[in-house]
Design a protein around this ligand. Structure first.
Ligand SMILES: [Zn+2]
Length: 385
């Protein structure tokens, strides 16, 4: 669906007649070969098998024949994809820099690009483009990292609002070991984030929400993370960050926080693990860490394209699901080279099969099925929110 159609969808009422595919649980796909879906001012009010109730539904909601769209043979309607982890400012770097792993990749390619977003004209151009691109790919909900810059982060929210996407948008926080010209002091980071939350919530648009976004434990000290956790409580806000993506990163986090048991304990100590928190990656988490995340109701965004492109590792989603953790899919642009959640589904399936190969094909390990991956891309991602 193009962004124009998406906007129109929110202003009008209509019915789509044809095949409907959606996911109500992780174990199966629901397929209605012939039915209809009725939408009234942006909300689905009816999903029916067959068309016996079509006319009655039209009368009930005042939908005339011109607003009843019949799909062609082979077409189907499905829920929008949910991208639970994407860095909007990194879009210009898609496909670049995979000669380095995470920490060197950040300093060599990513931070120099993100610095440029102090220029709001540059930011507006890129942000308009990435929101259009993700909508074209079928992503109707996205959790965006912006940059440290307050003004351009608000421009990302404006683009999302104008183009009609549902999104969680985070102004990034970084006050530790920051590159030249791309860092904040603790007080400014806190004050600026609180103002940013107020500005986004002040839009009173249920589709556009702020999300508290400490980059990761190596870029924020404990004092700042505790303050951000307090902001999350005060404003009932979501939280997103990265965890346990790369083994070098895990070692560095343990060195920086020797008083904490592990990476998860760093965020738990800061009060950042809630049932509204989404952690990207989680490739190298221990069993003890999984127990804590499950107990907190914290979700993992699985980003298989990025994990392979940056050689971070194979994230075992089956293990996360068995531990009772909510899982969604993320593109992690530009750690991942694709803006498409359909690509993330394919990569998730391949990663899971590669894990199966590693265990030996005579093992009883069950790789993800396509209907499980479809669930992670839609309802699974929604649960993470
Ligand atoms: Zn990321």
């Amino acid at each position: 669906m193009t962004s124009g159609l998406y906007q129109k969808a929110y202003a009008t009422s209509f019915i789509i007649v044809g095949s409907i595919v959606h996911s109500e649980n992780i174990t199966s796909l629901t397929i209605i070969e012939h039915g209809f879906i009725a939408v009234v001012r942006g909300r689905i009010v009816s999903v029916c098998k067959g068309t016996e109730k079509l006319v009655k539904t039209q009368h009930k909601y005042g939908i005339d024949d011109n607003s009843v769209h019949h799909l062609s043979e082979g077409e189907f309607v499905m829920p929008g994809f949910i991208d639970t982890h994407i860095h909007a400012p990194q879009y210009p770097n898609c496909g670049l820099g995979y000669d380095k792993q995470l920490l060197d990749w950040l300093t060599t390619y990513t931070f120099p690009l993100e610095k440029k977003y102090m220029d709001v004209d540059f930011a507006t151009k890129v942000y308009e483009s990435i929101v259009n691109k993700t909508l074209t790919n079928g992503t109707t909900t996205a959790a965006y990292f912006a940059t440290l810059h307050y003004d351009s982060s608000l421009f990302l929210a404006d683009s999302v609002e104008r183009l009609g996407q549902r999104a969680f948008i985070g102004k990034v926080n970084m006050n530790h070991d920051t590159p030249e010209g791309y860092g904040e002091d603790t007080y400014d980071s806190f004050i600026c984030t609180e103002q940013y939350i107020r500005d986004i919530q002040g839009k009173r648009n249920e589709l556009v929400q702020p999300i508290i976004t400490p980059r990761f434990a190596l870029s924020c000290d404990m004092k700042l993370m505790i303050l951000l956790g307090e902001l999350a409580t005060k404003y009932n806000a979501h939280i997103q960050t990265h965890i346990s993506e790369n083994t070098g990163e895990v070692v560095a986090v343990q060195k920086m926080y020797p008083e904490c048991k592990n990476y998860t304990d760093v965020y738990d100590t800061a009060g950042l693990l809630t049932n509204k928190t989404v952690l990207a990656h989680g490739v190298h988490l221990s069993d003890d860490e999984l127990k804590v995340l499950a107990a907190r109701g914290t979700a993992i965004s699985h980003c298989p394209n990025s994990n392979t492109s940056l050689k971070s590792g194979l994230c075992d989603v089956r293990r996360l699901l068995n531990a009772g953790i909510k899982v969604g899919l993320g593109t992690d642009v530009s750690g991942g080279y694709s803006t498409s959640i359909l690509n993330a589904i394919r990569c998730a399936l391949q990663t899971s099969i590669h894990i199966f190969f590693g265990k030996g094909t005579d093992s009883d390990y069950v790789p993800l099925s396509y209907h499980e991956a479809f669930n992670l891309a839609t309802l699974g991602g929604a649960k993470g929110r």
